[in-house]
Design a protein around this ligand. Structure first.
Ligand SMILES: [Zn+2]
Length: 82
């Protein structure tokens, strides 16, 4: 799978109610795009296996990041880590 859209904001309303939070299809895990301001790089962060958070790290300096998944959270798919 090569998706060239590295950090494109996905603002399309491609939300289907039953598919949005299910992990039925292995290999198609949801991800968010994170900009690491520390190194000025973008990185995809995939959702953890338990579906509770997104975890990853800066590809350059290995600074860890973690985003919680939960009600009242954000629908944003793009974040900047300072
Ligand atoms: Zn960094």
């Amino acid at each position: 799978m090569s998706d060239p859209r590295d950090y494109k904001l996905d603002l399309s309303s491609a939300k289907s109610p039953e598919a949005s939070e299910s992990q039925s299809s292995e290999g198609k895990r949801p991800y968010i795009s994170v900009r690491f301001a520390c190194c000025g790089v973008y990185q995809r962060i995939y959702r953890s296996a338990d579906g509770m958070r997104y975890e990853g790290h800066c590809p350059k300096c290995a600074k860890p990041v973690r985003f919680k998944v939960g009600p009242g959270g954000t629908d944003a798919r793009f974040f900047v880590v300072e």
